[in-house]
Design a protein. Sequence first.
Length: 73
Amino acid sequence: MLRLLEVLELLKLLEVLGVLGMLRLLEVLELLGLLSYLRYLNYLRYLSYLSYLRCLALAHPAPLGVSSALAAL
């Protein structure tokens, strides 16, 4: 589970990248769930938040689902 500070940092990065305006609330929650799952599996040590979000931004306008987010990686 992500801590509140990590969630706020992630949302700040999304806002700075201009991605937040393109995502619906459900997609943001799905993204947070995916990040939580990746962190649980200890894969976030290989990814920076910024590079992960860039991959998601490149994958947009495709539907943002767990499968498309993983395919973006």
